[in-house]
Design a protein around this ligand. Structure first.
Ligand code: SF4
Length: 407
């Protein structure tokens, strides 16, 4: 474990409007978002000012090897603002040569000039939120962009990647959106592959409280793919992407060789990361710290941290171990799974306790090992693909039950 985190997440909460499934921390700015002079400029500038204060409030900094600018819709920012942000890290933390610097972009929120501006600012990896190429599905999901916008953005990213101007890019889709039956979903996947993105994220639709989708479901006005349809969609995802050369290196992520997201691996591997911005969660020493979700509360929090020198929660050097259950949960998301014996050793349990707890967990998992959802090679346990990855919840529930029992 490095002394200080080498990865930073930055949250840019601005969006044109809120999509129907989204419960992220978002500040909708409407359509007139000209971030240097226009309608949204004051709100954006004020937010960036707070964000910079927060970034500077960390006292003990190490050079970063990954930066991830997520949102929201970071591509609503001007390239000059993105440059300012990256320069702030360069000047105050240092950024490794060859660091992975990712930015989320949404179709119809940037043009080709912006793209070159972002690249000149230092971005070398993009994550494009396509979600679907089907206009009807996009519209039903409250997305602002159309298929045509998504296709244009994919072509631009493909071009800059083919020319070697960026290291990688990811095309992100959402599985099981309304109206997305097998045929529509397969069309989305095949369309995505045509642009040869080196990385594809497939997120399963989750229905969150407070979203338009949740309200429509409660009113009986939203029809989502059934469980069987959802399972068929997943099977098809696996088949189509794997036959096109993509490997599933994590439950929701596929890539061509050498294109795993280094930043995301930090989260799943349990390494520490900084995080900046409204509602974002950092975990510098294993202990998670979430910033306030509301704008006023976030402002107050940053001012307290910065002006009253209250960053002890951010700079506490005593490493707090992640609980074992969380390590198992995160590790199982990865293709390579977990070495259970290594994880158990970190607990420093005396021999008898070690053996007792281990055999109890393996006993819990026996039925999953027998049914092939979970696989074992020596001390390493990992989910089978696709069955285990699709039904991972069952395995995790049994693990949490075991964790409750032994504590
Ligand atoms: S663009 Fe992304 S962050 Fe913004 S509202 Fe839609 S889903 Fe949420």
């Amino acid at each position: 474990m490095n002394e200080y985190p080498r990865s930073a997440y930055v949250h840019v909460p601005f969006c044109h409007r809120r999509c129907f499934y989204c419960d992220f921390v978002v500040i909708p700015l409407g359509n007139k978002v000209e971030t240097l002079q226009g309608y949204g400029s004051k709100t954006v500038k004020e937010y960036l000012h707070l964000l910079y204060k927060e970034i500077l409030s960390i006292k003990h900094k190490s050079p970063l090897s990954t930066i991830y600018i997520g949102g929201g819709t970071p591509s609503l920012l001007d390239p000059k603002q993105i440059k300012e942000l990256i320069d702030l890290f360069k000047e105050n933390y240092g950024v490794d040569y060859g660091a992975e610097i990712t930015m989320e972009v949404d179709p119809a929120s940037f043009n080709q000039d912006d793209l070159f501006g972002f690249i000149n600012a230092g971005i070398n990896r993009f994550s494009l939120g396509v979600q679907s190429f089907n206009d009807e599905i996009l519209q039903k999901s409250g997305r602002r962009h159309l298929r045509e916008d998504a296709e244009k953005s994919c072509l631009w990213l493909k071009k800059v990647h083919d020319c070697g101007l960026i290291k990688s890019w990811s095309l992100d889709l959402i599985q099981n959106l309304p109206l997305s039956k097998l045929q529509e979903w397969e069309e989305d996947l095949k369309k995505a592959i045509k642009f040869s993105p080196p990385h594809i994220s497939i997120y399963d639709l989750n229905i969150e409280d407070g979203t338009v989708f949740k309200k429509l479901i409660n009113l009986g006005k939203l029809q989502l793919p059934s469980d069987e349809e959802a399972f068929r969609n997943s099977e098809s995802t696996n088949l189509i992407l794997k036959s096109s050369g993509y490997s599933r290196y994590e439950i929701s992520n596929y890539c061509l060789p050498m294109h795993q997201s280094r930043h995301n691996r930090v989260y799943w591997s349990g390494l520490g990361w900084w995080s900046f911005g409204q509602g974002s969660t950092s975990s510098p020493w294993g202990e998670k710290l979430t910033r306030p979700r509301g704008s006023k509360e976030y402002k107050k929090w940053v001012i307290e941290q910065y002006e009253h020198n209250l960053d002890s929660s951010l700079t506490n050097k005593d490493y707090v171990y992640k609980e074992l259950d969380e390590k198992i949960m995160l590790g199982l998301r990865l293709k390579e799974g977990i070495d259970l014996y290594e994880l158990f050793k970190e607990q420093n349990w005396e021999n008898k306790k070690f053996e007792r707890n281990l055999s109890k967990l393996i006993e819990e998992w026996q039925r999953f090992l027998e049914s092939g959802l979970l696989l074992r090679k020596g001390n390493r346990f990992f989910l089978s693909d696709p069955k285990g990855m699709e039904l991972s919840n069952q395995i995790l529930i049994s693990m949490f039950k075991w964790w409750d029992e032994i504590n």
